[in-house]
Design a protein around this ligand. Structure first.
Ligand code: ADP
Length: 390
């Protein structure tokens, strides 16, 4: 696996019962997965020679992030190394422009969007959104007052994560910032959504695929905070539509492994695709303790082309809450309280240094009553972080 973060750490864990020899390419020996994997190469995934040396002797290569340059992945494939997911699939998770174009082509509903050339073009896009392409008052910024069609969401097509690389711009003046990185910029309508959902599926090279129940994903400051499985109160027909959409995307894009399709549920009862991730994903962490087969186990099975495991839930409700670094450098001292309070609680810490706001772990818990499960998960995550003290 290329990338030494927590996703690699948990994928490695899922491979242990299968006796899989897991080799890791990690930036530093301190990375979350590098701390626990015995066969680690320290190196830069952006360097093709490093990747080639690493890949020698591997039966298959997979990833904990989508940042390996697409052309390097093509070079590995040309060397005869199975890359899963392959570059022709993965490019859709690397480049939001490519992703939007493909989803349009296969008829998957997305927010209205187009690539924009410069801040003036953003103003034109906003006018198009407003409908009819009216003239928009330009030049006189009006001291930052909103122009027609704003706010607009701007995204750099590559390199964003956890909300970095995404701007909600309220005025034409604010539209300048995203262009400073020198990367193409995608403009999108700001969707008036009621909540964010995720539809996660896993697909094998054989074409076998499984779908996890659609979950609700709550973000705080652009970072995933809570995941509820299944999404409470979700209309059955809409859930089915989201699952089918994710399965179809996996098939049409040739995805191998875990695919998370991040969705907006709109006020008028539709689902629109926001993002794709082709690797284990934060919205699937609940499956470690809440599903018959976890996303990590199924990702491993898929990349090895083994039959996939049952994705169904083990309990009526499972809740995952991320543990972000807080003021307590020693989170482990909170174990006594958390474990004693909730015997069903499952703690997953990543071995990372605690820095404020950084994802350092998550908790899962489950049960029959959603309010109770939510309270237990939130309490544990807050106590570990230090925001709840009793
Ligand atoms: P990242 O690549 O950082 O995960 P996303 O594209 O998922 O970026 O966007 C991050 C967050 O910004 C989303 O979770 C959502 O809350 C908000 N967002 C993104 N696109 C839109 C949109 N078109 N309309 C409204 N909100 C959006």
């Amino acid at each position: 696996m290329v990338g030494g973060g927590q996703l690699a750490r948990m994928t490695h864990e899922a491979g242990i019962p299968l006796g899989i020899r897991f080799k890791l390419l990690s930036d530093t020996p301190q990375d979350s997965a590098a701390q626990v994997v015995s066969d680690v190469v320290i190196g830069d995934y952006r360097d093709l020679d490093t990747l080639r040396d690493f890949a020698r002797g591997c039966d298959v290569i997979t990833f904990d992030h989508e940042h390996v340059p697409t052309e390097h992945l093509r070079a590995l494939e040309a060397d005869g190394i199975p890359v899963r997911p392959g570059p022709e699939a993965l490019v859709h998770a690397q480049d939001k422009g490519v992703m939007r174009a493909k989803l349009d082509a296969i008829g998957v509903p997305c927010p209205r969007h187009r690539i924009v050339a410069d801040p003036e073009d953003v103003v034109r896009f906003a006018a198009e959104l407003r409908g009819g392409g009216h003239e928009v008052p330009s030049g006189k910024g009006g001291g930052g007052r909103r122009a027609g069609g704003f706010p607009v969401v701007l995204k750099t097509v590559r390199g964003g994560y956890d909300g970095k690389g995404v701007w909600v711009v309220e005025t034409p003046e604010e539209a300048a910032e995203p262009f400073r990185a020198g990367v193409p910029v995608l403009a999108e309508e700001k969707v008036d959504y009621v909540r964010e959902l995720a539809a996660c599926v896993v697909r094998s090279p054989h074409g076998q695929a499984v779908a996890y129940p659609v979950v609700e994903s709550r973000q705080v400051n652009g970072v995933c905070d809570t995941v509820i499985a299944p999404a409470p109160g979700l209309d059955e027909a809409l859930a089915l539509q989201a699952e089918e959409m994710a399965l179809r995307i996996a098939k049409e894009l040739g995805v191998v492994g875990h695919l998370a399709v991040e969705l907006f549920q709109t006020r008028d009862g539709r689902v629109l695709v926001n993002e794709l991730a082709m690797r284990p994903h934060n919205s699937g962490h609940w499956t470690q303790d809440g599903a018959i087969t976890s996303q990590f186990a199924n990702h491993v099975r898929a990349v090895l082309d083994l039959p996939l495991g049952d994705p169904r839930p083990r309990a009526p409700w499972t809740v995952m809450v991320n543990v972000l670094g807080g003021d307590y450098p020693d989170m482990y001292s909170a174990y006594l309280h958390c474990m004693a309070r909730d015997p069903k609680l499952k703690i997953h810490m990543y071995g990372k240094d605690v820095k404020p706001g950084r994802k350092v772990g998550h908790v899962n818990t489950y049960g029959d009553d959603l309010d109770d499960v939510l309270e237990r998960a939130r309490h544990a995550a807050g106590y570990l972080r230090g925001t709840i003290t009793e």
